[in-house]
Design a protein around this ligand. Structure first.
Ligand SMILES: [Zn+2]
Length: 103
């Protein structure tokens, strides 16, 4: 998985194109993730009791991973991610633009 929880991503497709947010959750099997405050949808709840109103609950819907790009924490550009093996054998993510290691 190239994108992890806590990363900042930019949406590159759809109605929130160009907007950035923090990744709250990743669903690796579905190739989807949830970005804080983006891709908002409303869920309508029905009134449970008589005299009660139905509510509109706003929530961030999952976005396909192919619709976002990582925003590099070092150069603040949206970038593709590469991988690099360090001398101690650890595999780390690397920004393809500024070549900095992304933890
Ligand atoms: Zn960078």
């Amino acid at each position: 998985m190239k994108i992890k929880k806590g990363d900042t991503v930019e949406i590159i497709k759809g109605k929130d194109k160009g907007r950035r947010g923090r990744v709250l959750k990743v669903f690796p099997k579905k190739n989807k993730l949830i970005v804080e405050g983006l891709n908002l949808l409303y869920r309508h709840t029905r009134p449970r009791r008589e005299g009660e109103k139905g509510q509109r609950v706003q929530f961030s819907a999952p976005i396909n991973i192919s619709n976002v790009m990582l925003v590099c924490p070092k150069c603040h550009k949206k970038t593709r991610i590469g991988f690099r093996i360090l001398n101690d054998g650890r595999k780390v993510r690397q920004c393809k633009k500024c070549k900095e290691i992304i933890s």
